[in-house]
Design a binder for this molecule. Structure first.
Ligand code: PGA
Length: 250
């Protein structure tokens, strides 16, 4: 049985005050009978504050990105190894905002994925098509290409301790959600592709859905067979909404 994961991607939002209030708001609202694992991914600069506040609790910590480099003259970068020092369990790689706004290539995302694994954390690899790609019937081809870049570098075994997040670019921050059926089809495709390489890894990997998940649509999405949780943006900034989505995970 796969344990669902609901992870909050806070993006470029926060302040010391907000981090403290949001984390205590979430902690207070989480039900002890929940089924899902919970993680939050604040901006790098707040990881230490979050680590201290979450210490001894059940909310896992993650980062939103890491460098493809390990160390050296790379101004502004933060390595996976540095992130590990702050108690992170997860690092998101290949978010569509990184791919599209910061022009990260499939190869760069694959390198980052590897860096996270080398540092003994779990990558949350984001994949997903744009609206144009979907309308041209290229959804599966795009997702295959994104997965192949990682498979080429890390092999199938690279997915043993990893999470995948399917995030259709057209659903991120737009209020448009993929229907449970649309999402399930892509999730099944991803799992099927991995099953062709290694059935055990495919059966155990968690595939999250992301893109305008809200308390109102979370339950119908999360009850699909191949949807094992969510990567939540906007709704992760409101303790009440985030906790309600976690509760929808069972
Ligand atoms: P959203 O973002 O929930 O605000 O659509 C999801 C994401 O980008 O991970």
């Amino acid at each position: 049985m796969r344990k669902p994961l609901v992870a909050g991607n806070w993006k470029l939002n926060g302040s010391t005050e907000m981090v403290s209030a949001l984390l205590s708001g979430i902690s207070q609202r989480l039900s002890t009978s929940r089924n899902a694992e919970v993680a939050v991914c604040p901006p790098f600069i707040y990881l230490e504050q979050a680590r201290q506040q979450l210490e001894g609790g059940e909310i896992a910590l993650g980062a939103q990105d890491c460098s493809d480099q390990q160390a050296g003259a790379y101004t502004g970068e933060v390595s996976a190894e540095m992130i590990r020092e702050f108690g992170c369990r997860y690092i998101i790689v290949g978010h569509s905002e990184r791919r599209h706004i910061y022009m990260e290539s499939d190869a760069m995302v694959a390198t980052k994925f590897d860096r996270v694994r080398e540092s003994r954390m779990m990558p949350i690899l984001c994949v997903g098509e744009t609206l144009e790609e979907r309308e041209e019937g290229r959804t599966q081809a795009v997702i295959s290409r994104q997965l192949d870049a990682v498979l080429d570098r890390s092999g199938t075994a690279g997915f043993r301790d990893a999470v995948i997040a399917y995030e259709p670019v057209w659903a991120i921050g737009t209020g448009k959600t993929a229907t449970p059926d649309q999402a399930q089809q892509v999730h099944a495709f991803i799992r099927g592709k991995l099953a062709g390489l290694d059935e055990e890894i495919a059966a155990r990997i968690r595939i999250l859905y992301g893109g305008s998940v809200k308390p109102e649509n979370a339950r119908s999405l999360l009850q699909e067979n191949d949807i094992d949780g969510g990567l939540i943006g906007g709704a992760a900034l409101k303790a009440e909404d985030f906790a309600a989505i976690v509760a929808a995970g069972g």
